[in-house]
Design a protein around this ligand. Structure first.
Ligand SMILES: Nc1nc2c(ncn2[C@@H]2O[C@H](COP(=O)(O)OP(=O)(O)OP(=O)(O)O)[C@@H](O)[C@H]2O)c(=O)[nH]1
Ligand SMILES: [Mg+2]
Length: 450
């Protein structure tokens, strides 16, 4: 293992440790969303290849592996999701691949038998695969409506892979830069929120006869992407071509396109570093959300307890006062019915009062749950004054609030435990010190790596 790999695996271990020490003890007690599992964290860095049919995904993979592992061709010959990973040469088809407990694909069973007949794992012992796992995918069909004929949830399956991948290539065929049907569905449903992993590739640049053809195709790809990518700025488009046996030599100057090909290969090799970066980001976001979640719950619980304590104390004083008054009437030999009325009244107040108080507490609980944002504003009043953090904090609250509210409505404020000081300090330490230190370590290492 090289020095970089060692640092990366040290950081991955530190991420596991922080989950174990600072997050796991709180997660269940505070009904928080599940954190990524051990297998997800320890899994190999992954590169996913998406793209139109015949855009060159499989050709690029073969080029990377320097071996004809994937079928290529102009006719739609391969409509499977193929995972290429390191191991003694062997192919596993759908059901066998998802049932193997040593492979991290058990969850894919939920996509059904039709999907499984379009899923396979190829184990190969290749240098590249020792560092990254590659996933080839069925070409997206570029006609509206056709996507629904696959017989399984294609966009859902793409999302499953894309969420776990560290780099996602989206290939377009320079000759057919259209983006309707499945491409639209995949961009809007499967890739939403993960644009930081996307690399858009316009392949087959060698096919252009003239600069004009190229300009026209590039323009139309931009136009089409602009319609389906919900952002203001257009992502970078990598323009390249792949060496193919028997293809005519490129008419346009090829040097830049070849340079871009090398760049794309470097992006594949950088997947392990990206994975660690993604792991740290995921941990950071999870820890920040949990911190806000637990603090707001703790404060809500404290407010409710304070309210309840006040009412119960009032009732106890009332009863004590009545008891005292009753005792005085007895010791001063008042008529028999006077202490009887006082004691009877006190018993009645105690009985009815406990009902009233319970009702008031329930009402206050509802109010607290409806006003969680006020609690957040109070708890974070100081941080919300620091201008550059306001937007981040509000976005964080926007993510935490719906789930938190749901949890409190479901099980009630009183069902939650106290957030102990040492638990809070450990989580704060992770968010404020440990996680930023991990990120700094990663950046230091990457700066020094070749
Ligand atoms: N001239 C030229 N041909 C290419 C290039 N890339 C791929 N091809 C050819 O295009 C055809 C389709 O390539 P594939 O790699 O099979 O495309 P794919 O994206 O895997 O297609 P599906 O698996 O059907 O989705 C093959 O015949 C390749 O030889 C390229 O850059 N230039
Ligand atoms: Mg293919």
């Amino acid at each position: 293992m090289g020095a970089v790999q060692r640092t990366l695996s040290d950081i991955a271990l530190a991420v596991q440790r922080i989950y174990g020490e600072a997050i796991d003890p709180l997660e269940e007690r505070f009904a928080f969303e599940r954190r990524p599992g051990e297998s997800e964290i320890a899994g190999a860095p992954t590169v996913l290849f998406l793209g139109n049919h015949s855009s060159g995904k499989s050709t690029f993979i073969n080029h990377l592996l320097a071996a004809p592992v994937q079928k290529t061709g102009l006719a739609p010959t391969d409509d499977t999701f193929t995972v290429l990973m390191n191991g003694a040469e062997e192919d596993r088809e759908g059901q066998a691949a998802v049932s193997d407990p040593t492979l991290p694909f058990g969850d894919l069973k939920s996509f059904g038998p039709e999907f499984l007949s379009h899923f396979r794992v190829k184990l190969r012992s290749t240098e590249v695969l020792r560092e990254v796992t590659l996933i080839d995918s069925p070409g997206m069909i570029d006609a509206r409506g056709e996507g629904s004929d696959r017989g399984y949830d294609f966009a859902g399956a793409v999302r499953w892979f894309a969420e776990r991948a560290d780099v996602v290539f989206v290939f377009f065929d320079a000759e057919k830069p259209g983006t309707t049907g499945e491409t639209l569905q995949v961009f809007t449903q499967s890739l939403r929120g993960i644009d930081h992993k996307l690399l858009i590739v316009m392949n087959k640049m060698d096919r252009f006869e003239s600069l004009q053809d190229f300009a026209r195709a590039y323009g139309s790809l931009c136009w089409n992407l602009g319609k389906i990518i919900p952002r203001k700025d257009l992502p970078h488009i990598f323009t390249t071509y792949l060496p193919v046996d028997g293809a005519a030599p490129p008419a346009l100057p090829a040097r830049d396109f070849e340079g871009t090909r090398e760049e794309l290969i470097r992006e594949v090799r950088r997947a392990p570093a990206r994975r660690i970066d993604n792991l740290i980001t995921q941990l950071e976001e999870h820890a920040q959300r949990l911190y806000v979640h637990a603090r707001v719950i703790d404060e809500a619980r404290r407010n409710l307890r304070r309210f309840g304590a006040k009412l119960w104390t009032l009732l106890v004083f009332l009863i004590l006062f009545a008891g005292l008054a009753g005792a005085i009437t007895i010791t001063t030999h008042q008529e028999w019915w006077i202490p009887a009325v006082i004691f009877g009244g006190a018993a009645l107040v105690a009985y009815a009062g406990s009902f009233v108080i319970r009702g008031l507490i329930r009402g206050s609980e509802r109010q607290i749950v409806a006003g969680l944002s006020d609690i957040f504003e109070r708890l974070y009043a100081r941080e919300l004054l620091v201008r550059d953090r306001v937007e981040d904090l509000r976005a964080l609250w926007g993510k935490v609030h719906p789930h938190l509210r749901h949890a409190l409505e479901k099980v009630g404020v009183r069902a939650f435990p106290k957030l102990r000081a040492e638990e809070r300090d450990r989580l704060a330490g992770a968010v404020e010190t440990e996680i930023p230190a991990l990120r700094a370590q990663l950046h230091r290492e990457l700066k020094h790596s070749p």
